[in-house]
Design a protein around this ligand. Structure first.
Ligand code: CU
Length: 158
């Protein structure tokens, strides 16, 4: 009896230790392919954080200039601007999509082609200001792909 309680406490302790690090689930990530000479494109994905956290920056070997952007109506015109962070409230799925939040890849040295896979390092910051990085491999999809194909839903669950 005593040892059973003891192991239950041990297990609880382990769970606490794990949840102290915010986990962010990245789903349906994709990058829009470019045409020759095009210097910028967007990366899109769905982010779900286990604890309140924020996406503060993105790094990629593709270009030294990757920024976190938002598209928003301003004086009846859609404009995009760099944001300092995208808030990821605990348990809520935040979608980076065309026309909304996105990762902007600029100063592209070469065309980004469909079928390529681009590594991105997402930099998250928790409430205490501690930063943590997460690497994702992102497929490049065709220029006219507005959204991830519906039939891929559920395939990337972990
Ligand atoms: Cu942008």
């Amino acid at each position: 009896m005593y040892s059973r309680i003891k192991s239950a406490i041990l297990i609880a302790g382990t769970v606490l230790a794990v949840s102290a690090h915010a986990q962010v689930t990245v789903k349906e990530a994709w990058i829009r392919a470019t045409v020759p000479q095009q210097k910028a494109t967007g990366a899109f994905m769905q982010l779900t954080a286990s604890q309140d956290t924020r996406l503060v920056s993105v790094n990629t070997p593709l270009t030294p200039k990757a920024e976190v952007h938002e598209m928003a109506m301003q004086d009846n015109v859609m404009r995009m601007r760099q944001v300092r962070a995208i808030e990821l409230p605990a348990g809520k799925t935040v979608e980076l999509k065309p026309g909304g939040y996105h990762v902007m890849l600029m100063d592209l040295p070469a065309q980004v082609k469909e079928g390529q896979t681009v590594p991105l390092t997402l930099v998250f910051e928790d409430k205490s200001g501690a930063r943590k990085t997460q690497d994702v491999k992102v497929p490049v999809r065709a220029l006219n792909a507005a959204v991830a194909p519906k039939d891929e839903h559920g395939e990337h669950k972990h």
